[in-house]
Design a binder for this molecule. Structure first.
Ligand SMILES: Nc1ncnc2c1ncn2[C@@H]1O[C@H](COP(=O)(O)OP(=O)(O)OP(=O)(O)O)[C@@H](O)[C@H]1O
Ligand SMILES: CC(C)(CO)[C@@H](O)C(=O)[O-]
Ligand code: BAL
Length: 282
């Protein structure tokens, strides 16, 4: 596995690969890798000749300096995990390499980002779109792999690809969970034992809400039951729980035939903010 640290190095590496007829897959990450990330690399490996993973804790997508400072950083352990699952090159740039000067780019994803993560983390999707656009321009992958754990992020990136005519395919991979249902997340490393013990509640609440949606219970009632289940655990501070259209992400007041529903939540546990979602197929 080749280690690339410069933008020019990444460009040259993938340009060579394309010129020799290879298909290039890109797996953008912020590191502190777990089985959810490795699944993305394996999926890329199954489709592509070259798999580039990036490790970059992107400062422009953090809306809390504390969250950025405390984000887990384990580059050596990450590199050791990537090679055995078929990653052919690892891009680990410095902040100056990605942002040689402060960026003035501004993205507006309209209604897609006026809800959930976009509403609760002002500027977050602007930072995600900025760094993902840079990675797409530098690596020019045939395919890029993202996790459904960040459902809204996938929707925003699909919109970005369509609006900027990036010539690539987005592949969304399912959420990988711990045995007790907790969605794998780099931030889980920051949970203390007490918070970790109650964290599976988030997935249980989503599963119970999904069952209610399948029974036709209206969104307002589903939101109310979820809110009361989350409130029953003093260690959990809910930020939002939403019943939304899975494509437009707009909150629902009733269900529409043929439209998938996504249930999304964000909550704080002992100072750590986690998100999760489940999709209920129409
Ligand atoms: N449990 C998971 N299952 C599938 N994909 C995941 C999972 N966790 C993260 N991913 C995906 O991995 C990619 C990189 O995510 P990132 O590096 O932010 O990891 P993370 O675990 O989501 O960290 P955090 O949620 O703490 O930011 C994203 O496309 C994300 O959706
Ligand atoms: C896509 C991404 C790597 C951009 O920094 C990040 O938002 C993430 O890890 O999901
Ligand atoms: N996986 C989403 C990255 C973030 O929380 O900033």
């Amino acid at each position: 596995m080749q280690i690339l640290t410069t933008a020019a190095g990444l460009q040259a590496y993938t340009e060579r690969a394309r010129q020799t007829g290879k298909r290039v897959g890109l797996v953008p990450t912020m590191g502190a890798l777990h089985a959810g990330h490795l699944q993305l690399v394996r999926a890329a490996r199954a489709d592509c000749d070259e798999v580039i993973a990036s490790l970059f804790v992107n400062p422009t997508q953090f809306n809390s300096a504390e969250d950025f400072r405390l984000y887990p950083r384990l580059p050596e352990a990450d590199a050791a995990l990537l090679a055995p699952v078929g990653c052919t090159a690892l891009f680990v740039p410095s902040v100056d390499e990605i942002y040689p000067r402060p960026t003035v780019l501004r993205f507006d994803f309209g209604a897609l980002e006026q809800v959930m993560e976009g509403a609760h983390r002002p500027g977050h999707f602007n930072g995600v779109a900025t760094v993902v656009s840079k990675l797409f321009h530098l690596a020019r992958p045939h395919r890029a792999y993202f996790g459904q754990k960040d459902w809204q992020q996938v929707a925003v990136i699909r919109q970005l690809v369509a609006d900027l005519s990036f010539d690539l395919e987005i592949v969304a991979c399912p959420t990988i969970r711990e045995a007790d249902g907790l969605a794998m997340s780099s931030r889980n490393l920051r949970l203390d034992a007490e918070a970790r013990a109650v964290a599976p509640l988030l997935h249980r609440v989503l599963v119970a809400a999904a069952a209610e949606v399948r029974q036709g219970i209206l969104p307002a009632q589903v939101r109310a039951s979820a809110a009361s289940a989350l409130a029953s655990e003093p260690l959990v501070t809910p930020e939002y729980f939403e019943v939304a259209d899975a494509q437009t992400l707009q909150p629902l007041s009733e269900y529409a035939a043929g439209r998938d529903v996504v249930l999304c939540l964000a909550a704080h546990l002992g100072g750590v903010r986690l998100i999760d979602n489940v999709v209920v197929a129409a």
